[in-house]
Design a protein around this ligand. Structure first.
Ligand code: SF4
Length: 365
Protein backbone atom coordinates (compact mmCIF):
# COMPACT_ATOMS: atom_id res chain seq x y z
CA UNK A 1 0.00 0.00 0.00
CA UNK A 2 1.20 3.50 -0.75
CA UNK A 3 1.15 4.77 2.77
CA UNK A 4 1.59 8.48 2.12
CA UNK A 5 -1.22 8.55 -0.45
CA UNK A 6 -3.47 6.54 1.82
CA UNK A 7 -2.91 8.88 4.73
CA UNK A 8 -3.43 11.96 2.57
CA UNK A 9 -6.73 10.67 1.22
CA UNK A 10 -8.12 9.66 4.59
CA UNK A 11 -7.02 12.79 6.45
CA UNK A 12 -8.24 15.05 3.64
CA UNK A 13 -11.64 13.36 3.72
CA UNK A 14 -11.80 13.59 7.51
CA UNK A 15 -11.14 17.33 7.46
CA UNK A 16 -13.88 17.83 4.87
CA UNK A 17 -16.49 15.37 6.06
CA UNK A 18 -16.13 14.95 9.81
CA UNK A 19 -19.22 15.39 11.91
CA UNK A 20 -19.32 18.48 14.08
CA UNK A 21 -19.38 16.85 17.52
CA UNK A 22 -18.98 18.79 20.77
CA UNK A 23 -15.87 16.89 21.83
CA UNK A 24 -14.23 17.73 18.53
CA UNK A 25 -14.20 21.42 19.41
CA UNK A 26 -11.68 20.93 22.16
CA UNK A 27 -8.34 19.37 22.85
CA UNK A 28 -8.77 19.56 26.60
CA UNK A 29 -7.86 16.07 27.86
CA UNK A 30 -10.55 16.18 30.56
CA UNK A 31 -13.30 16.79 28.01
CA UNK A 32 -11.96 14.22 25.58
CA UNK A 33 -11.70 11.68 28.37
CA UNK A 34 -15.32 12.26 29.41
CA UNK A 35 -16.48 11.85 25.80
CA UNK A 36 -14.49 8.64 25.31
CA UNK A 37 -15.94 7.09 28.46
CA UNK A 38 -19.50 8.12 27.56
CA UNK A 39 -19.10 6.79 24.02
CA UNK A 40 -18.23 3.30 25.26
CA UNK A 41 -21.28 1.17 24.43
CA UNK A 42 -23.42 4.26 23.79
CA UNK A 43 -24.41 5.90 20.51
CA UNK A 44 -23.12 9.37 19.60
CA UNK A 45 -26.61 10.90 19.40
CA UNK A 46 -27.48 9.61 22.87
CA UNK A 47 -24.21 10.85 24.35
CA UNK A 48 -24.37 14.50 23.14
CA UNK A 49 -26.96 15.86 25.61
CA UNK A 50 -25.41 13.96 28.53
CA UNK A 51 -21.97 15.20 27.61
CA UNK A 52 -23.13 18.81 27.58
CA UNK A 53 -25.02 18.54 30.87
CA UNK A 54 -22.20 16.67 32.57
CA UNK A 55 -19.65 19.29 31.62
CA UNK A 56 -21.91 22.12 32.70
CA UNK A 57 -22.12 20.53 36.15
CA UNK A 58 -18.51 19.25 36.28
CA UNK A 59 -16.53 21.65 34.08
CA UNK A 60 -13.13 20.36 35.16
CA UNK A 61 -11.49 17.44 36.88
CA UNK A 62 -11.48 19.13 40.29
CA UNK A 63 -15.21 19.77 40.12
CA UNK A 64 -15.73 16.09 39.34
CA UNK A 65 -13.32 14.91 42.05
CA UNK A 66 -14.98 17.12 44.68
CA UNK A 67 -18.53 16.06 43.82
CA UNK A 68 -20.41 13.40 45.75
CA UNK A 69 -20.77 10.11 43.90
CA UNK A 70 -24.56 10.43 44.21
CA UNK A 71 -24.41 13.70 42.26
CA UNK A 72 -22.19 12.17 39.60
CA UNK A 73 -24.55 9.21 39.22
CA UNK A 74 -27.50 11.58 38.98
CA UNK A 75 -25.89 13.24 35.97
CA UNK A 76 -25.18 9.85 34.49
CA UNK A 77 -28.65 8.46 35.09
CA UNK A 78 -30.08 7.11 31.84
CA UNK A 79 -26.73 6.53 30.11
CA UNK A 80 -26.40 3.05 31.62
CA UNK A 81 -23.31 1.06 32.55
CA UNK A 82 -22.93 3.01 35.78
CA UNK A 83 -19.56 1.47 36.56
CA UNK A 84 -18.24 4.01 34.04
CA UNK A 85 -19.41 6.92 36.19
CA UNK A 86 -17.97 5.39 39.36
CA UNK A 87 -14.64 4.83 37.64
CA UNK A 88 -14.64 8.39 36.29
CA UNK A 89 -15.19 9.72 39.77
CA UNK A 90 -12.43 7.58 41.29
CA UNK A 91 -10.04 8.46 38.46
CA UNK A 92 -10.77 12.19 38.88
CA UNK A 93 -9.77 11.90 42.53
CA UNK A 94 -6.58 10.10 41.55
CA UNK A 95 -5.75 12.77 38.95
CA UNK A 96 -6.16 15.50 41.56
CA UNK A 97 -4.20 13.60 44.22
CA UNK A 98 -1.37 12.27 42.06
CA UNK A 99 -1.18 14.50 39.01
CA UNK A 100 -2.04 17.94 40.39
CA UNK A 101 -5.35 17.90 38.56
CA UNK A 102 -3.82 17.32 35.10
CA UNK A 103 -4.69 14.28 33.04
CA UNK A 104 -1.38 12.36 32.83
CA UNK A 105 0.37 12.43 29.50
CA UNK A 106 2.35 9.20 30.01
CA UNK A 107 0.65 6.05 28.81
CA UNK A 108 1.49 4.01 31.92
CA UNK A 109 0.06 6.69 34.22
CA UNK A 110 -3.11 6.98 32.14
CA UNK A 111 -3.54 3.20 32.16
CA UNK A 112 -3.22 3.18 35.94
CA UNK A 113 -6.41 5.25 36.26
CA UNK A 114 -9.68 3.49 37.02
CA UNK A 115 -11.78 2.71 33.95
CA UNK A 116 -9.04 3.48 31.43
CA UNK A 117 -7.94 0.66 29.17
CA UNK A 118 -5.65 0.68 26.19
CA UNK A 119 -8.21 2.00 23.73
CA UNK A 120 -9.31 4.94 25.90
CA UNK A 121 -5.76 5.83 26.92
CA UNK A 122 -4.60 5.86 23.30
CA UNK A 123 -7.62 7.89 22.21
CA UNK A 124 -7.24 10.56 24.90
CA UNK A 125 -3.46 10.87 24.63
CA UNK A 126 -3.44 11.00 20.84
CA UNK A 127 -6.32 13.46 20.51
CA UNK A 128 -5.30 15.74 23.39
CA UNK A 129 -1.50 15.57 23.06
CA UNK A 130 -0.90 14.03 19.63
CA UNK A 131 0.96 11.17 21.26
CA UNK A 132 1.69 8.60 18.52
CA UNK A 133 -0.64 5.90 19.84
CA UNK A 134 -3.04 4.12 17.52
CA UNK A 135 -6.55 3.22 18.63
CA UNK A 136 -7.99 -0.18 17.94
CA UNK A 137 -11.52 -1.24 18.72
CA UNK A 138 -14.11 -3.31 16.90
CA UNK A 139 -14.92 -0.38 14.65
CA UNK A 140 -11.33 0.19 13.51
CA UNK A 141 -10.71 -3.57 13.29
CA UNK A 142 -13.64 -3.90 10.89
CA UNK A 143 -12.15 -1.23 8.61
CA UNK A 144 -8.74 -2.91 8.73
CA UNK A 145 -10.26 -6.34 8.03
CA UNK A 146 -11.91 -4.99 4.89
CA UNK A 147 -8.92 -2.97 3.75
CA UNK A 148 -6.70 -6.05 4.02
CA UNK A 149 -9.39 -8.66 3.15
CA UNK A 150 -8.76 -10.45 6.45
CA UNK A 151 -11.07 -13.41 7.00
CA UNK A 152 -12.18 -14.93 10.30
CA UNK A 153 -13.27 -13.55 13.65
CA UNK A 154 -12.01 -10.01 14.24
CA UNK A 155 -11.30 -10.80 17.88
CA UNK A 156 -9.37 -14.00 17.21
CA UNK A 157 -5.97 -13.41 18.83
CA UNK A 158 -4.08 -13.86 15.59
CA UNK A 159 -6.25 -11.37 13.72
CA UNK A 160 -6.26 -8.89 16.57
CA UNK A 161 -2.47 -8.92 16.80
CA UNK A 162 -2.32 -8.27 13.07
CA UNK A 163 -4.70 -5.30 13.44
CA UNK A 164 -2.59 -3.93 16.28
CA UNK A 165 0.48 -4.02 14.08
CA UNK A 166 -1.38 -2.51 11.13
CA UNK A 167 -3.09 0.27 13.05
CA UNK A 168 0.30 1.31 14.45
CA UNK A 169 1.97 1.12 11.04
CA UNK A 170 -0.76 3.19 9.39
CA UNK A 171 -0.82 5.90 12.07
CA UNK A 172 0.13 9.30 10.69
CA UNK A 173 2.78 10.25 13.26
CA UNK A 174 2.48 14.00 12.82
CA UNK A 175 -1.30 14.00 13.27
CA UNK A 176 -2.09 10.98 15.37
CA UNK A 177 -5.16 12.48 17.02
CA UNK A 178 -6.77 13.36 13.71
CA UNK A 179 -5.66 10.05 12.26
CA UNK A 180 -7.32 8.02 14.97
CA UNK A 181 -10.48 10.06 14.67
CA UNK A 182 -10.42 9.66 10.89
CA UNK A 183 -10.23 5.87 11.19
CA UNK A 184 -13.07 5.87 13.71
CA UNK A 185 -15.12 8.25 11.58
CA UNK A 186 -14.65 6.08 8.50
CA UNK A 187 -15.89 3.05 10.44
CA UNK A 188 -18.81 4.94 11.95
CA UNK A 189 -20.11 6.70 8.85
CA UNK A 190 -18.85 4.95 5.68
CA UNK A 191 -17.36 1.53 6.36
CA UNK A 192 -20.35 0.64 8.50
CA UNK A 193 -21.03 -2.86 9.87
CA UNK A 194 -23.96 -3.91 7.67
CA UNK A 195 -23.70 -2.06 4.37
CA UNK A 196 -20.39 -0.30 3.71
CA UNK A 197 -20.84 2.71 1.41
CA UNK A 198 -17.84 1.98 -0.76
CA UNK A 199 -18.82 4.47 -3.48
CA UNK A 200 -18.34 7.28 -0.91
CA UNK A 201 -15.19 5.83 0.61
CA UNK A 202 -12.07 8.00 0.34
CA UNK A 203 -9.78 4.97 0.45
CA UNK A 204 -11.76 2.61 -1.75
CA UNK A 205 -8.89 2.37 -4.22
CA UNK A 206 -6.73 0.85 -1.45
CA UNK A 207 -9.33 -1.66 -0.29
CA UNK A 208 -8.68 -5.33 -1.03
CA UNK A 209 -12.14 -6.48 0.04
CA UNK A 210 -13.68 -4.01 -2.41
CA UNK A 211 -11.34 -5.15 -5.17
CA UNK A 212 -12.31 -8.76 -4.52
CA UNK A 213 -16.01 -7.92 -4.25
CA UNK A 214 -16.22 -9.38 -0.74
CA UNK A 215 -16.73 -6.19 1.28
CA UNK A 216 -20.20 -7.34 2.36
CA UNK A 217 -18.87 -10.69 3.55
CA UNK A 218 -16.31 -9.20 5.90
CA UNK A 219 -15.87 -9.32 8.76
CA UNK A 220 -17.15 -12.82 9.44
CA UNK A 221 -20.29 -12.80 11.54
CA UNK A 222 -19.73 -13.62 15.18
CA UNK A 223 -21.87 -16.22 16.84
CA UNK A 224 -24.42 -14.29 18.85
CA UNK A 225 -24.84 -15.23 22.45
CA UNK A 226 -28.31 -16.64 22.96
CA UNK A 227 -30.74 -14.24 24.57
CA UNK A 228 -31.70 -15.13 28.12
CA UNK A 229 -35.22 -14.31 29.22
CA UNK A 230 -35.95 -13.17 32.75
CA UNK A 231 -38.93 -11.86 34.69
CA UNK A 232 -38.17 -9.28 37.30
CA UNK A 233 -40.92 -8.82 39.87
CA UNK A 234 -40.72 -5.43 41.58
CA UNK A 235 -42.64 -4.01 44.52
CA UNK A 236 -43.86 -0.43 44.34
CA UNK A 237 -44.87 0.13 47.95
CA UNK A 238 -47.00 3.24 48.24
CA UNK A 239 -48.31 5.01 51.31
CA UNK A 240 -51.21 7.44 51.45
CA UNK A 241 -48.86 10.40 50.99
CA UNK A 242 -47.66 9.09 47.62
CA UNK A 243 -44.30 8.03 49.02
CA UNK A 244 -42.55 4.84 48.05
CA UNK A 245 -39.59 2.84 49.25
CA UNK A 246 -36.31 2.36 47.42
CA UNK A 247 -33.49 0.11 48.54
CA UNK A 248 -29.78 0.21 47.90
CA UNK A 249 -27.97 -3.12 47.60
CA UNK A 250 -25.31 -3.86 50.15
CA UNK A 251 -22.13 -5.90 49.60
CA UNK A 252 -23.96 -9.17 50.23
CA UNK A 253 -26.31 -8.44 47.33
CA UNK A 254 -23.49 -7.58 44.99
CA UNK A 255 -23.52 -10.79 43.03
CA UNK A 256 -27.30 -11.07 42.82
CA UNK A 257 -28.66 -10.97 39.30
CA UNK A 258 -31.19 -8.28 40.21
CA UNK A 259 -28.34 -5.88 40.98
CA UNK A 260 -26.81 -6.12 37.55
CA UNK A 261 -30.22 -5.21 36.12
CA UNK A 262 -30.43 -2.16 38.36
CA UNK A 263 -26.78 -1.15 38.06
CA UNK A 264 -26.36 -1.29 41.86
CA UNK A 265 -28.30 1.97 42.25
CA UNK A 266 -31.35 2.91 44.31
CA UNK A 267 -34.13 0.59 43.21
CA UNK A 268 -37.51 -0.82 44.08
CA UNK A 269 -37.38 -4.06 46.08
CA UNK A 270 -37.29 -6.70 43.37
CA UNK A 271 -36.36 -10.22 42.52
CA UNK A 272 -35.83 -12.36 39.48
CA UNK A 273 -38.71 -14.83 39.43
CA UNK A 274 -40.32 -17.38 37.17
CA UNK A 275 -43.25 -15.78 35.31
CA UNK A 276 -46.33 -17.24 36.99
CA UNK A 277 -44.93 -17.40 40.50
CA UNK A 278 -43.72 -13.78 40.50
CA UNK A 279 -46.36 -12.57 42.91
CA UNK A 280 -45.89 -15.38 45.40
CA UNK A 281 -42.11 -15.17 45.34
CA UNK A 282 -42.10 -11.40 45.66
CA UNK A 283 -44.47 -11.58 48.63
CA UNK A 284 -42.20 -14.17 50.25
CA UNK A 285 -39.15 -12.01 49.72
CA UNK A 286 -40.92 -8.94 51.14
CA UNK A 287 -42.01 -10.88 54.18
CA UNK A 288 -38.53 -12.30 54.83
CA UNK A 289 -36.44 -9.28 54.04
CA UNK A 290 -38.77 -6.39 54.75
CA UNK A 291 -40.69 -7.98 57.60
CA UNK A 292 -44.06 -7.49 55.93
CA UNK A 293 -46.95 -9.79 56.73
CA UNK A 294 -47.28 -12.21 53.84
CA UNK A 295 -51.00 -13.00 54.17
CA UNK A 296 -52.29 -9.43 53.92
CA UNK A 297 -49.56 -8.60 51.44
CA UNK A 298 -50.64 -10.96 48.70
CA UNK A 299 -54.21 -9.67 48.74
CA UNK A 300 -52.99 -6.08 48.36
CA UNK A 301 -50.54 -6.72 45.53
CA UNK A 302 -52.01 -5.28 42.35
CA UNK A 303 -50.18 -6.31 39.19
CA UNK A 304 -49.32 -3.37 36.93
CA UNK A 305 -48.60 -3.33 33.21
CA UNK A 306 -45.41 -5.13 32.37
CA UNK A 307 -42.61 -3.69 30.27
CA UNK A 308 -39.71 -5.03 28.24
CA UNK A 309 -36.19 -4.15 29.22
CA UNK A 310 -33.05 -5.33 27.47
CA UNK A 311 -29.68 -5.54 29.15
CA UNK A 312 -26.93 -6.85 26.87
CA UNK A 313 -27.93 -10.48 26.24
CA UNK A 314 -30.83 -10.50 28.72
CA UNK A 315 -34.40 -9.79 27.73
CA UNK A 316 -36.14 -8.83 30.91
CA UNK A 317 -39.86 -8.56 31.52
CA UNK A 318 -40.44 -6.03 34.25
CA UNK A 319 -43.44 -7.14 36.29
CA UNK A 320 -44.23 -4.44 38.86
CA UNK A 321 -46.82 -4.75 41.61
CA UNK A 322 -48.42 -1.80 43.35
CA UNK A 323 -48.81 -2.42 47.06
CA UNK A 324 -50.61 0.22 49.08
CA UNK A 325 -49.45 0.29 52.69
CA UNK A 326 -50.25 2.34 55.75
CA UNK A 327 -46.64 2.52 56.70
CA UNK A 328 -43.54 1.91 54.63
CA UNK A 329 -41.31 -0.71 56.22
CA UNK A 330 -37.93 0.08 57.73
CA UNK A 331 -36.28 -3.33 57.73
CA UNK A 332 -33.11 -3.95 59.70
CA UNK A 333 -30.00 -4.63 57.63
CA UNK A 334 -31.37 -3.19 54.39
CA UNK A 335 -30.41 0.29 53.25
CA UNK A 336 -33.68 1.98 52.32
CA UNK A 337 -35.05 5.43 51.77
CA UNK A 338 -38.51 6.80 51.19
CA UNK A 339 -39.18 9.23 48.37
CA UNK A 340 -42.25 10.50 46.59
CA UNK A 341 -43.08 8.21 43.69
CA UNK A 342 -43.09 11.06 41.20
CA UNK A 343 -39.56 12.08 42.13
CA UNK A 344 -37.98 8.65 41.61
CA UNK A 345 -36.91 9.43 38.07
CA UNK A 346 -34.99 12.50 39.26
CA UNK A 347 -32.69 10.33 41.37
CA UNK A 348 -29.63 8.39 40.29
CA UNK A 349 -31.54 5.29 39.24
CA UNK A 350 -31.29 2.85 36.37
CA UNK A 351 -33.59 2.98 33.38
CA UNK A 352 -35.35 -0.18 34.67
CA UNK A 353 -36.28 1.69 37.86
CA UNK A 354 -37.48 4.66 35.81
CA UNK A 355 -39.67 2.41 33.70
CA UNK A 356 -41.21 0.81 36.79
CA UNK A 357 -41.86 4.24 38.37
CA UNK A 358 -43.46 5.49 35.15
CA UNK A 359 -45.76 2.46 34.95
CA UNK A 360 -46.83 2.94 38.58
CA UNK A 361 -47.49 6.66 38.06
CA UNK A 362 -49.56 5.95 34.95
CA UNK A 363 -51.61 3.39 36.85
CA UNK A 364 -52.55 6.04 39.40
CA UNK A 365 -53.68 8.62 36.84
FE1 SF4 B 1 -14.89 -0.13 3.75
FE2 SF4 B 1 -15.81 -0.13 1.26
FE3 SF4 B 1 -14.02 1.69 2.03
FE4 SF4 B 1 -13.33 -0.86 1.74
S1 SF4 B 1 -14.02 0.51 0.14
S2 SF4 B 1 -12.77 0.49 3.43
S3 SF4 B 1 -15.17 -1.91 2.45
S4 SF4 B 1 -16.14 1.46 2.78
Amino acid sequence: MQLAAFRKKLLGWFHRAKRDLPWRRTRAPYRIWISEIMLQQTRVAAVIPYYKRFLERFPNVRALANARIETVLQHWAGLGYYGRARNLHRAAKEIVARHSGHFPRELSAALALDGIGRYTANAVLSIAFDEPLAVLDGNVARVLARLGAVHGDLRAPRNWRQFERESTALLAPSASGDWNQAMMELGATVCTPIAPRCEECPVASFCRARALGIEHDLPAKRQKRATEKRTLAAAVLLNSRGRTLLMRPGPIDAAAEEQSLFSHLWQFPAMVAAGKSSKKNLAKMLSERYEMKIASLQSRMAPLASARHTVTFREVTLAPFLIRVQQLPSPPGVKVKTVSLISVSKLAVSSATRKIAAIAIRSLA
